[in-house]
Design a protein around this ligand. Structure first.
Ligand code: SF4
Ligand code: SF4
Length: 244
C-alpha cells in the first residue's frame, strides 16, 4: 500500500534570518521566547502601519519568511523607541531584530532621507547632518549668546563654551537648531547656567543625532559616535550628555 504524504509547506531553511540575528545577540535576544501576548503590539506607534506590528513581524521571522521580511518597508517605520522590549514579559529584543532587518537591504536602496543625512554627517568632523562646519557652528553660537547676554541682563554671565577642557559635561546638539532655529539653543543654556553646570560643546562631534544608526550602517554609525567620544576624551570631559 502506498504511503500517504502530507505536505505542511515549504521546507524550513537550514539558517534563517532569525537564526542569524540570534547568533549576534546576547542570550539570542530571547527571540524564541514569544508568548504571543500582544503587549508589544498594543504600545507600538508603528502598529497598523503597512498592516504590520511587532508581534506579527517576530512571527514572520520565526516562520522563516525571510524574503517577505527583506521586502517589507515596515522596519523603516519603527521609531526604535524600545517600548516593545520594555513591555515584553520575556524581554524579547524586537528592536534589534528590526535593526538587522534594515541591514538586509542594500545601502543605496535604503530610505533617501536617512541615507542622505547619514552621508552628510560623515562629510565633516562636526558630524552635522546639515553639513554645518566648525566655523559656522562657532559663529552661530557666539552670535546667539551675545544677543541674549545683551537683551537679557540677568543672563549676561551665561556661557556657551566650545572645546572647554576639563568641563564636567560634553553636551551634544541637534544638527538643525544652529541652522534653522538658533533661538531654540538658548533654553537649555539657561537651565545649565541657572543650575551652575560646567559644560561644553565640542567643535568636533557636537551633532547629536546619528542617522547612520537608523540606517543600520554599523561602520558609519560607529564612526559618528567615535568622533564625539574622541573629542570628549581629548577635552578630558567627564560625562557625555546626550540630548538626542
Ligand atoms: S510582548 Fe513579547 S511575548 Fe508578548 S507578543 Fe510581544 S514579543 Fe511576544
Ligand atoms: S521599537 Fe519599533 S517595534 Fe518596538 S515599539 Fe518602538 S516602534 Fe514599535
Amino acid at each position: 500500500m502506498a504511503e500517504a504524504v502530507i505536505k505542511l509547506g515549504k521546507k524550513k531553511k537550514d539558517t534563517t534570518f532569525l537564526d542569524k540575528v540570534k547568533e549576534i545577540l546576547p542570550e539570542g535576544g530571547n527571540l524564541n521566547a514569544c508568548l504571543t501576548c500582544g503587549a508589544c503590539a498594543s504600545g507600538c506607534p508603528a502598529t497598523g502601519l503597512a498592516d504590520m506590528d511587532p508581534r506579527k513581524f517576530l512571527r514572520m521571522a520565526a516562520l522563516g519568511m525571510d524574503e517577505e521580511i527583506a521586502q517589507s518597508d515596515w522596519p523603516w517605520m519603527c521609531t526604535m523607541c524600545m517600548r516593545c522590549i520594555y513591555v515584553c514579559p520575556m524581554q524579547i529584543d524586537i528592536p534589534q531584530l528590526i535593526f538587522n532587518a534594515r541591514a538586509l537591504r542594500p545601502r543605496e536602496e535604503r530610505p533617501k532621507g536617512i541615507l542622505g543625512s547619514c552621508d552628510m554627517a560623515l562629510k565633516n568632523e562636526t558630524t552635522s547632518a546639515m553639513g554645518t562646519t566648525e566655523e559656522d557652528f562657532e559663529f552661530v553660537i557666539e552670535d546667539v549668546l551675545e544677543e541674549y547676554q545683551e537683551a537679557q541682563p540677568e543672563f549676561a554671565e551665561m556661557e556657551a563654551p566650545i572645546d572647554k577642557e576639563g568641563a564636567e559635561f560634553f553636551l551634544n546638539q541637534n544638527s538643525r537648531e544652529p541652522v534653522t532655529e538658533p533661538d531654540e539653543l538658548v533654553p537649555l543654556w539657561k537651565i545649565l547656567h541657572l543650575a551652575g553646570v560646567d559644560w561644553t560643546y565640542g567643535s568636533k562631534g557636537w551633532a547629536g543625532e546619528n542617522y547612520c544608526m537608523f540606517l543600520a550602517d554599523n561602520k558609519d554609525w560607529e564612526q559618528i559616535t567615535a568622533t564625539s567620544v574622541n573629542q570628549a576624551n581629548k577635552l578630558k570631559v567627564k560625562t557625555y550628555l546626550n540630548t538626542e
